[in-house]
Write a protein that binds this ligand. Structure first.
Ligand code: NAP
Ligand code: ZN
Ligand code: ZN
Length: 357
């Protein structure tokens, strides 16, 4: 086993602190990755605070991982030492169910092995004795089939958030066929939202940001948005009723879905990717006129690779603020206040300097 420095939340809602974990030597089909950068997703915060149910503690968050292959198992064909790679929100799945076979491992009927706050597999089955630990650490051992290639040309710290924020916004835009000229609204300009703006623009859409933060206007326009509306002003919902073909809702906090649905045209689609708690929904918001409300969860391995290649081809990457791990607790507070443009990314050199190897 390889003793590895990490930072963990020791229990729900407690600050993160240094914590040593063990990574295994790569087995025949595994690679050991030296982690260089790891993005900070709002899902990390939801989970260390037990906002999605009881978590597994100590919890080492982090599922926007970029690094270099340090060691390969004896049977590994796809990767070589030195390759620049990524790991996203899951590190394994059953590989046999219909979802896994169709490349949508995130919907594995047996449950995916999420990168942290979940379990590794033993003989293909989730093993409660083997919790997963995420990317707020200096290395990780992962099956070769759950590793992504980071294309050349994207700065690594700007690539890390693509592994969750990028794929989570790319997948629904693609699935719902967003194309040239479509009127798209992105709700919430945080880590996911800013990727939604960039990706929808790269697909040719006319993009409006709907934000509850008036101060984000200039930032939204600088990202390439065509329009910016402040949702605190309730008049927006009347003035722009029926305007959009597609709405991507990335908001992490409680808000009124009914109001946003009113902004869709007949047969327009709103996709939820933000995951606050339960929100009321009125049937008439969908019925009059006919509208679709759906959700989306990250993306499969093949689609994540497609997204990375799309980003390289269109010069799309995240706007980031690189932090040392020692700033993580403050970064969470700032993320809650919306004080980040637009993703914190941990430089894991700071973990190596943390008094560990
Ligand atoms: P984030 O960076 O914190 O951004 C969330 C944004 O929501 C904020 O920037 C803010 O935008 C808006 N917001 C916050 N509080 C609000 C409030 N009280 N009322 C209205 N709007 C508010 O978070 P993120 O990392 O992008 O994640 C967003 C959500 O997506 C989280 O719930 C996360 O767990 C979820 N997520 C889902 C998936 C998936 O696969 N479905 C994957 C990753 C993350 P404005 O200031 O512009 O309003
Ligand atoms: Zn995430
Ligand atoms: Zn499966």
């Amino acid at each position: 086993m390889l003793e590895t420095p990490a930072w963990a939340a020791p229990a729900a809602a407690r600050p993160l602190a240094p914590y040593a974990i063990e990574r295994r030597e790569p087995q025949a089909h595994e690679v050991l990755i030296d982690i260089l950068y790891c993005g900070v997703c709002h899902s990390d915060l939801h989970q260390i605070r037990d906002e999605w149910g009881k978590g597994i503690f100590p919890m080492v968050p982090g599922h926007e991982i970029v690094g270099q292959v340090a060691q390969v198992g004896s049977e590994v064909q796809r990767w070589q030492v030195g390759d620049t790679v990524g790991v996203g929100c899951f590190v394994d799945s059953c590989r046999q169910c219909a979802a896994c076979r169709s490349g949508e491992e995130q919907f594995c009927s047996e449950g995916m092995s999420v990168t942290y706050n979940g379990y590794e597999r033993t003989d293909g089955k989730l093993d409660p004795k083997r919790p997963t630990f995420g990317g707020y650490s200096t290395r990780i051992t992962v099956d070769e089939n759950y590793v992504l290639r980071v294309p050349e040309g994207i700065a690594l710290e700007r690539a890390a958030p693509l592994l969750c924020a990028g794929i989570t916004t790319y997948s629904p835009l693609r699935r719902h066929g967003v194309k040239q000229g479509d009127r798209v609204a992105v709700v919430g300009l945080g880590g996911l939202g800013h990727m939604g703006v960039k990706l929808a623009k790269a697909m040719g859409a006319h993009v409006t940001v709907l934000s509850h933060s008036p101060g984000k206007h200039d930032g939204a326009m600088a990202l390439g948005a065509d329009d910016f509306l402040v949702t605190r002003d309730g008049k927006v919902f009347e003035e722009h009723a029926g305007r959009f073909d597609f709405i991507l809702d990335t908001v992490s906090a409680d808000h009124d879905y009914n109001a946003y649905l009113g902004l869709l045209r007949l047969d327009g689609v709103m996709v939820l990717v933000g995951m606050p708690g339960a929100q009321p929904l009125h049937a008439r918001s969908l019925i009059l006129p006919r509208r679709t409300l759906t959700g989306s969860l990250i993306g499969g391995i093949a689609e994540t690779q497609e997204m990375l290649d799309f980003c390289a081809a269109h010069a799309v990457a995240a706007d980031v603020e690189v932090i040392p791990i020692q700033a993580i607790n403050e970064a969470y507070e700032r993320m809650l206040r919306g004080d980040v443009k637009y993703r914190f990314v941990i430089d894991t050199a700071s973990l190596r300097d943390d008094g560990h190897a």
